[in-house]
Design a binder for this molecule. Structure first.
Ligand code: ADP
Ligand code: ZN
Length: 438
């Protein structure tokens, strides 16, 4: 493997024992540092513990959880652990599920963050000779500046195109010879559609090679569709503003799970109901403790994201454990007629059909016959909507396969391409819940 400032074999492939020693050292330091925030001082007092009680990595379980609600209640600066003059930037989460939360960064936090993103980008083959384009919004959304500084650290020529204006985005890709692109998955599909409309063949007319996709749940089938359409390798990127943003976990060239950087975080998977830790391999809620942050370290942060640790080592040689593809947030789970369903299961099934495009909308409603699910799904651009018989057959097949996957029978609406509006700038909304609660 090639060496660089951002392929750091010492940190990426160190023996687990050494990594754990480093984690413990950083955890102990972090816990002491957290006492600068009244929020944690109070929590420690309630639990009757002090930083000196953290003697081993397992002692992380003695620490209090931190939740999104805690961040909201202490908005904006209640969890700061350094004086304001030491803070250099403020970010906030996208607010997908309610009021946004605020995260503070010192200069060192920003450096460490850029290093983490650079490590990810290097891992998937980005090099200084590449041209990197970022189609994420550059504002409070961490995927804008987060990727920007990571790509600059690698030394690539960066094109901070920002979100939206797909025609211009494609023009930049062609004119500047973009080789590495960051896009949220729903937007990657949109770029491909507009290329088609404009007669641009990504293989012939662009130099695109690597795509970093993340920020929203997507299925393996969605990734494969993006790879085929754009003629690229697409790597899953997991980020969360409260931890810093992008760069938390990223797929390596094996494309089999996302390495989570354990020199930055202590990783736990818990049962979201009992809050007990789960063994590797079991699906649960991801809980992260930051161990190298200054401005706003967070202990046992409940991400609400559901995933599992993939047991075993990765053949790439990295020692940092891997997260399985994220299933979605615990609050994304649909409960219909007593059955638990994740939108990603529906997506996975829909995308098995070449006749269908990648956009869909799940609507839940209360009708006379009870709660129902309707799925509007777009037909592929080259599928003729005139052939009524073919449409009916397709609808029947899609319904049957979905019933096998989710155990209930949804109503399928096949709609022409372009019917569903997907935002160019925001994460895709896949579920509309109009059910009456009573
Ligand atoms: P918000 O929670 O308001 O959307 P963020 O912009 O911080 O704020 O988004 C972080 C969230 O995005 C994660 O908690 C997760 O739910 C989702 N997410 C990020 N990356 C991925 C990914 N690769 N796969 C699935 N979901 C992801
Ligand atoms: Zn690997």
């Amino acid at each position: 493997m090639e060496y660089s400032p951002y392929y750091n074999p010492e940190l990426e492939t160190m023996p687990r024992k050494e990594l754990e020693r480093l984690q413990l050292e950083r955890l102990q330091h972090t816990v002491r540092h957290c006492m600068n925030a009244e929020f944690y001082r109070k929590k420690f007092a309630e639990l009757g513990i002090t930083p000196d009680d953290i003697k081993s990595l397992d002692d992380v379980r003695r620490l209090p959880f931190t939740t999104k609600e805690d961040l909201r209640e202490n908005y904006p600066f209640g969890l700061a652990c350094v004086p304001m003059r030491d803070c250099t930037r403020l970010h906030s989460s996208s607010g997908t599920t309610g009021n946004p939360t605020v995260v503070l960064h010192t200069k060192k936090d920003l450096d460490e963050w850029a290093t983490a993103v650079a490590r990810c980008l290097w891992m998937v083959g980005s090099r200084p000779e590449d041209v990197f384009q970022n189609s994420a919004g550059y504002g409070m959304f961490t995927a804008g500046l987060g990727f920007q500084y990571g790509a600059e650290a690698v030394g690539m020529l960066t094109v901070p195109a920002a979100a939206g204006n797909t025609t211009r985005q494609i023009k930049f890709i062609r004119d500047f010879g973009t080789t590495v692109l960051h896009a949220i998955p729903s937007y990657a599909s949109r770029i491909y559609e507009v290329m088609r409309e404009e007669g641009v063949d990504p293989r012939r007319d662009t130099k695109l090679r690597v795509l970093c996709i993340g920020a929203e749940p997507h299925s393996e089938e969605q990734r494969q569709r993006i790879e085929e359409n754009l003629g690229v390798k697409a790597y899953n990127s997991y980020g969360i503003s409260e931890m810093m943003g992008p760069g938390v976990a990223f797929e390596c060239p094996q494309q089999n799970g996302l390495h989570i950087w354990e020199d930055y975080f202590i990783v736990e998977i818990i049962d979201p109901v009992t809050l007990e830790p789960l063994p590797d391999g079991e699906l649960g809620e991801l809980v992260l403790t930051t161990i190298n942050r200054e401005a706003m370290p967070l202990l046992r942060y409940r991400t609400r994201d559901l995933t599992r640790i993939l047991p075993g080592e990765c053949s790439c040689g990295r020692c940092h454990r891997r997260l399985a593809r994220l299933q979605g947030r615990s609050d994304d789970m649909i409960i219909l007629k007593g059955v638990n369903i994740f939108p990603i299961q529906i997506e996975k099934t829909l995308l098995k059909f070449r006749e269908l495009a990648t956009d869909y909308l799940i609507t839940l409603e209360t009708k006379e016959e009870g709660d129902t699910m309707t799925i509007d799904v777009e037909l592929a651009a080259d599928f003729s909507t005139d052939d009524f018989k073919a449409l009916l057959a397709l609808e029947k097949n899609v319904t049957r396969l979905l019933k096998d996957e989710i155990l209930i029978t949804p109503k399928i609406h096949l709609v022409p391409k372009g019917t569903l509006t997907v935002s160019d700038e925001k994460k895709a909304v896949r579920v509309k819940d109009l059910r009456k609660l009573f």
